[in-house]
Ligand binder design. Structure first.
Ligand SMILES: Nc1ncnc2c1ncn2[C@@H]1O[C@H](COP(=O)(O)OP(=O)(O)OP(=O)(O)O)[C@@H](O)[C@H]1O
Length: 282
């Protein structure tokens, strides 16, 4: 078996005529921290949405731990609209729901924090545990036996403790400072016991101190939970410091990949993204 945990093969995601992700192939290996970067609208979140089953790709295949979990090809009206390059290469259709992808061992956080704002930190994590145990929210809330419930509560407390949230476990999510809400979102993702954690802009909204602490925090959870991390991020200092490897998207296409030094010095990347951000130039 290879060391690959996630592999995208020729993924295209097209919304009508808009090609958000264009023939993207990439690989994430076990225990790596890999970043996906690119200017606004480059297709990063769409790529995450395809991996996590929010969208079925228009074309292409995805492998998780070398098992084919997603596969599609253009059909119906999409046949005419499809603008990609690999038409005909894929001929099976495999689609999984976000729940099914989560159960395989893939969890994610979102660019805009999606906590249950009126529930406590403890309740937010506990619900995620229930969701992992049962197929849906309703059965999750109704069908647990006492022993299962007790175990989940214990595990929830342990998770909050590891993530430094014990003191605020009974606070409403909405009342927590932004940095703690981000940690809570990660705690909730970890409650589903993932092997692969997708973080969509974990530093968004954080102050410089919180952002500075994020590298150590992500390293820490990676080793404690034996995780692989695939991350979208705009803070270049963080990306360059934390990433084992980086993939760069521009207008949906992969324009560069490599270790941070390679990507940092890549002229296409500088032109497309880093240059724009640092100099404010087009
Ligand atoms: N559901 C959708 N329907 C139509 N177009 C969409 C949809 N989702 C994304 N797009 C388009 O796909 C392109 C890529 O968007 P996406 O949000 O993936 O980019 P991004 O790299 O994550 O951007 P940002 O860094 O600003 O979050 C954009 O042009 C966007 O408008």
């Amino acid at each position: 078996m290879s060391n690959s945990i996630l592999r995208l093969e020729d993924i295209t995601m097209q919304f009508g005529g808009v090609v958000a992700v264009d023939n993207l192939s990439l690989e994430v290996n076990q225990n790596e921290i890999v970043s996906l970067i690119g200017p606004n609208g480059a297709g990063k979140t769409t790529a995450f949405n395809v991996v996590t089953g929010v969208y079925a790709p228009t074309n292409g295949a995805i492998y998780f731990k070398d098992n084919l979990i997603t596969s599609n090809y253009p059909k119906g009206s999409m046949k005419k609209l499809y603008a990609g390059q690999n038409n005909g290469k894929f001929n099976t259709r495999i689609e999984k729901t976000p729940d099914q992808i989560t159960k395989l061992g893939v969890a994610r956080t979102f660019q805009n924090i999606r906590l249950f704002k009126d529930l406590t930190a403890f309740e937010n994590v506990l619900i995620a545990k229930h969701m992992r145990a049962k197929a849906n929210f309703l059965s999750a809330t109704l069908c647990l036996n006492h022993k299962e419930e007790h175990t989940m509560r214990e595990e929830t407390l342990e998770l909050l403790n590891i993530l430094g949230l014990t003191d605020v476990k009974d606070e409403k999510a909405s009342s927590l400072p932004y940095g703690q809400q981000r940690h809570l979102e990660i705690a909730r993702a970890l409650a589903t016991k993932p092997e692969l954690l997708l973080l969509d802009e974990p530093a968004a909204g954080m102050n410089p101190q919180e952002t500075g602490e994020l590298t150590a925090f992500i390293h820490d959870i990676r080793s404690k939970f034996n995780l692989t991390v695939f991350m979208i991020e705009h803070h270049m200092d963080l990306v360059m410091e934390i990433s084992d490897r980086i993939y760069v998207l521009d207008f949906g296409k992969l324009i560069a990949s490599g270790i941070p030094e390679e990507v940092q010095n890549n002229q296409r990347v500088i032109d497309a993204y880093l240059g724009v951000q640092e100099d404010g130039e087009e």
